[in-house]
Design a binder for this molecule. Structure first.
Ligand SMILES: *Cc1c(COP(=O)(O)O)cnc(C)c1O
Length: 467
């Protein structure tokens, strides 16, 4: 076999990665280069002759670096984007170097055992039933899709219909009850699963964006036919957590399946500071995002299912060459929609091991305290309103009043993004423009929050003066 000079090429990648990571505390958080500059840096005809690996890596890094966003650092508060823990980044590098096909035990027994062990750890720290099944997926979208696929299987099986065999032809319609403030990926999962967004029945939510038990009971009253309820553990503007146990009881009275979109907030269950008697473990399936609050590199999401047979029936595949036998570890392809795949459980294992139970709980508590600090620093300033009670790690902020407030808020967001101290994004909440702050990074410290709040207030003063 040809032996490449791994030391040179991986050494180049290590040096460039370390340069980037070391620059995070000081670099502007937004990308420096414009799209045109990035196109100019990359655009070239593909040469006939190949280029040495080390040159490829160095030139790639040169072109990429100005277009990179500082989200692995401590002052990126846009969307819900975690950083990546050092152990998880390094483990992810190993995943690439080992280049295992983590789709089946026959191809990578080690990767499958890591999935087994990591799944058990996850169910334990998230306080979900230990006998649930787990899928290691690409993200929260996939988590919702897998949870709802298992749900679709189970509620149609109960109606005497085998959706895996017969598809939706001739199936009774399935109604999917969701809160008005659910994440868009739930609707997309419903579409992917052929149920169509017309199957979605929207349940009104409270001021914090929660579907309450009373509202769900009202919406489901008298409902007949197969039904799925998709609840949410952490709303993106308010962080509000729905009363999962109560929703589960109502869903189950109607023989409906309760899926929980836990992409943002399910990790809060790792911290004893949260109410762990909320009955969340009474749901039927849960999705979570490891690339958000667990701070593993992209891409990694999770799905957990109480009805192991429904999960497996909705995902599994079989082929003569995919040998499985006694004493062999699980096959990932039974639990996720991919066949071949990356060993996504490995960085999850590394993240959990490096944090430990206490470290994970501290990460959750620290980010929530930082969100509250943001709310108190910003909320104390003249003309600034905090629009939510800070339940979790999300803060929604508004600048100025009335219609003027919409324009001013968007202006402040634009100025903050250009200023580069931190990065926050805009949204609309209850019909008004707002700034969203999401604190999900292991490396964020108090000084990051203070510096960022000061920058946001500076931009607010400037926007106000120019108005
Ligand atoms: C981010 C998010 C998702 C989608 O997760 P991806 O990892 O981006 O696919 C789903 N639901 C909620 C509440 C989210 O915040």
């Amino acid at each position: 076999m040809q032996t490449p000079d791994w030391e040179r090429v991986l050494g180049a990648a290590t040096a460039r990665a370390m340069e980037f990571l070391a620059s995070l505390p000081d670099r502007p958080v937004a990308a420096r280069a414009t799209t045109d500059q990035l196109r100019a840096a990359f655009s070239r005809p593909l040469d006939d002759e190949g280029v040495p690996a080390e040159t490829v890596v160095n030139e790639l890094a040169n072109a990429l670096e100005p277009g990179m966003v500082g989200n692995p650092g401590g002052r990126y508060f846009g969307f819900v984007i975690g950083g990546a823990l050092p152990a998880a980044v390094a483990a992810d590098w190993l995943v690439s170097a080992y280049d295992q096909n983590a789709g089946a035990a026959a191809v990578s027994p080690g990767s499958m055992v890591v999935e087994e062990v990591t799944a058990a750890w996850l169910l334990d720290v998230l306080r979900l039933p230990a006998d649930c099944s787990t899928g290691f997926l690409t993200g929260g979208q996939a988590g919702n899709t897998v949870g709802l696929a298992a749900a679709r299987h189970a509620v149609l099986r109960a109606a005497g219909h085998d959706v895996e065999r017969d598809g939706l032809w001739g199936a009774p319609p399935v109604t999917v009850f969701v809160g008005a403030d659910r994440h868009a990926t739930v609707d997309r999962a419903v579409r992917f699963l052929g149920m169509g967004t017309a199957a979605v029945r929207t349940v009104p939510t409270d001021d914090a964006g929660r579907m309450t038990a009373a509202a769900l009971a009202e919406a489901m009253r008298g409902h007949r036919g197969p039904a799925i309820v998709a609840a949410q553990y952490g709303e993106i503007h308010t962080g509000a957590i729905e009363p999962i146990g109560e929703l589960a009881d109502i869903a189950h009275e109607h023989d409906a399946w309760l899926h929980v979109d836990g992409a943002i907030g399910l990790w809060a269950r790792a911290s004893p500071s949260f109410d762990l008697h909320d009955g969340c473990e009474r749901a039927d399936s849960w999705s979570a995002d490891a690339h958000k609050w667990l701070n593993v590199p992209y891409d990694c999401g999770l799905a957990f299912c109480r009805d192991v047979a429904a999960h497996r029936a909705s995902m599994s595949t079989a082929a003569a060459y995919l040998v499985t036998g006694a004493g062999v570890a699980r096959d990932a392809f039974d639990w996720n929609p991919e066949l071949s795949k990356r060993a996504r459980a490995v960085p999850v294992y590394a993240a959990l091991r490096s944090l430990g139970r206490t470290g994970l709980a501290d990460l959750v508590d620290r980010n929530c305290a930082q969100a509250r600090l943001f709310a108190s620093l910003l909320g104390a300033a003249d003309g600034v309103q905090i629009c939510n009670e800070v339940h979790l790690n999300q803060v929604t902020v508004r600048f100025g009043d009335g219609d003027d407030g919409d324009r001013l808020t968007d202006d402040v967001v634009r100025r903050v993004q250009a200023d580069g101290t931190c990065w926050v994004g805009p949204s609309s909440w209850r019909g008004r423009r707002v700034m969203r702050i999401s604190v999900v990074n292991w490396s964020t410290d108090t000084e990051d929050v203070e510096r960022s709040a000061a920058a946001i207030l500076r931009c607010w003063e400037a926007a106000r003066q120019d108005a």
